[in-house]
Design a protein around this ligand. Sequence first.
Ligand code: SF4
Length: 64
Amino acid sequence: MNMQDIRAIAKSHKIDPAGLSKLDIIHTLQREEGNFDCYGTAYDGVCDQSNCMWREDCFEASKG
Ligand code: SF4
């Protein structure tokens, strides 16, 4: 997902994305939704949350 889409999602959740990295925005969104801020931690492309909307990006971010 590109930054423009992620910023739009943040704004729809009343989160100001200005100055935040992609990782920080997604972590903020995850916490705001009552979830763990686990984005970027799916070690080796493994996560059992198959419905996670961040899955593809998370696997990419987890590569380091
Ligand atoms: S795929 Fe989703 S649920 Fe799994 S670690 Fe990444 S952000 Fe968290």
